[in-house]
Every structure is written in structure tokens, then in C-alpha cells.
Ligand binder design. Structure first.
Ligand SMILES: [Zn+2]
Length: 239
């Protein structure tokens, strides 16, 4: 078994859900629920495998996050991080702000990190995060600007790179990877979406995080990048 860890995937959406095989190739992963309704799946998954779990109400879901249900879930103590939550220009900004507020409040109350989704909504993202100076977390599947990366770094948030960074046309993202302090780098697949090169177009799987890791290891000339991102992952979780 290698030390590689996929810090963000959605195995509930995989066609081939062979977790046993996945865990022969990587140490572990964090599965991310896209809605509170996926809590049952997460609970079962964590009962059967040594994996981590996040849950939240994705910013492109309809309606407001159910704070009472969320609290019940968090009281059970099985959740390791809160999200995906955040901001996306395709959705309703007012609703996303209200929903993020609930996620942020609960993250602070239960001392859990946030898994942040942000797409084409950088000003809003920065404005809302600044309201919670004690909040911590990760900008997942980072595809933002240099300015947004610097904002994340200044506020001590992790930046997670997906298979997108391996794409030939991802030069600007590769340049951003070079300015992130190494102690703030995480890697992920966001599977089943976004298979990394050389597997583009296939169903993405958590074990393919190795391709993201090996690509960045070469790009950044960091030895033992698996060990580094492993340590970062556990620090992200506060474990
Ligand atoms: Zn995701």
C-alpha cells in the first residue's frame, strides 16, 4: 500500500464501486457527500472501511441546508469535515451566502474544517470567508486566479489540486501550484469527475490520485510528495 491519499472524491457516484481494490492502491480517501441525504451512504462506508467523510449541501443544490438535520448528523460524531459548501456563479448567490453561513457556524461549533467549492465567484468567496477569521478548510479542486490562491494562502487555507493540473492546457494552474507553500498543498481526484492525464475521459477513481501526486511531485521537485500530502491531509483534519 502506498501513502497516497485522495482528499476529495464521491464514490457514491462511481459505477464500479470496488472500495477494497481502491484501498489496495492508496492509503485512504475522504468521501464527500453532496447533500445531507447522502449521510446514510457515508455512515455505511465508514463502518466498513478506514476512510474519512465530509458532508454538506452543495452550492448548486436547490433550497436551503437543513440546519436541524445537519446538527443531528454532526452530533453522531462520524463526520470529519463540512462541505461541499461555497459559491458558484451558476447558482443563487443569496441562497449560497445563507447556506454557507450555516456550514461555517457548524464548522466552528464542531471544530471541523470546511470543504469549499468556488467557481467563477471569487469576490463573493473572499468576502464571505473574511467574515469568519477562525474558519479553516480547503479550496477543493482549485481552478481560480493567482489572487484567489494568494488569498487562501494568507488565510491559512489548504489548496487542493485535482487531475486538472495534469492537463496540457493547465499551464497557469501549474504556475499557481508553484507558489503554494508546500505545507498547504492537498491532492484529490474529485472522482468520478475529471480523470487525470493519461486517463482522461475514463471514469475517474480515487486511486488515480497517484497520477495527480506523481505529476506534482515532478513539477514541484518535491521528494516524498506522498508523505508530504499525507501529513498535510491529517493536519487539515486536525488529527
Ligand atoms: Zn467534489
Amino acid at each position: 500500500m502506498s501513502s497516497w491519499i485522495d482528499s476529495h472524491c464521491h464514490v457514491q457516484l462511481l459505477e464500479n464501486n470496488d472500495i477494497e481494490n481502491t484501498l489496495k492502491h492508496i492509503q485512504t480517501f475522504m468521501n464527500v457527500g453532496l447533500s445531507l441525504t447522502e449521510y446514510g451512504f457515508l455512515k455505511e462506508l465508514k463502518k466498513n472501511y478506514p476512510v474519512y467523510g465530509a458532508i454538506g449541501e452543495h452550492p448548486l443544490n436547490d433550497g436551503m441546508v437543513d440546519e436541524q438535520r445537519f446538527t443531528e448528523i454532526l452530533e453522531e460524531g462520524l463526520i470529519d469535515a463540512i462541505g461541499e459548501t461555497g459559491f458558484d456563479s451558476k447558482g443563487d448567490a443569496e441562497l449560497q451566502k445563507k447556506s454557507f453561513e450555516v456550514h461555517a457556524k457548524l464548522a466552528l461549533k464542531y471544530n471541523l474544517p470546511i470543504v469549499l467549492h468556488t467557481r467563477e465567484a471569487e469576490a463573493l468567496t473572499m468576502q464571505e470567508i473574511l467574515k469568519y477569521p477562525k474558519l479553516r478548510g480547503v479550496f477543493h479542486c482549485f481552478t481560480g486566479s493567482v489572487e484567489l490562491a494568494k488569498f487562501a494562502i494568507e488565510n491559512g487555507w489548504f489548496i487542493s489540486f485535482s487531475g486538472i493540473v495534469t492537463f496540457k492546457n493547465a499551464k497557469s494552474l501549474q504556475e499557481i501550484a508553484k507558489i503554494v507553500p508546500r505545507e498547504l498543498i492537498l491532492i484529490e481526484t474529485d472522482s468520478p469527475y475529471l480523470a487525470p492525464a493519461p486517463l482522461r475521459g475514463k471514469e475517474n477513481r480515487p486511486e488515480y490520485v497517484v497520477h495527480v501526486g506523481e505529476f506534482l511531485q515532478t513539477l514541484l521537485s518535491i521528494e516524498d510528495f506522498d508523505k508530504l500530502t499525507e501529513q498535510n491531509f491529517y493536519r487539515f483534519l486536525g488529527k
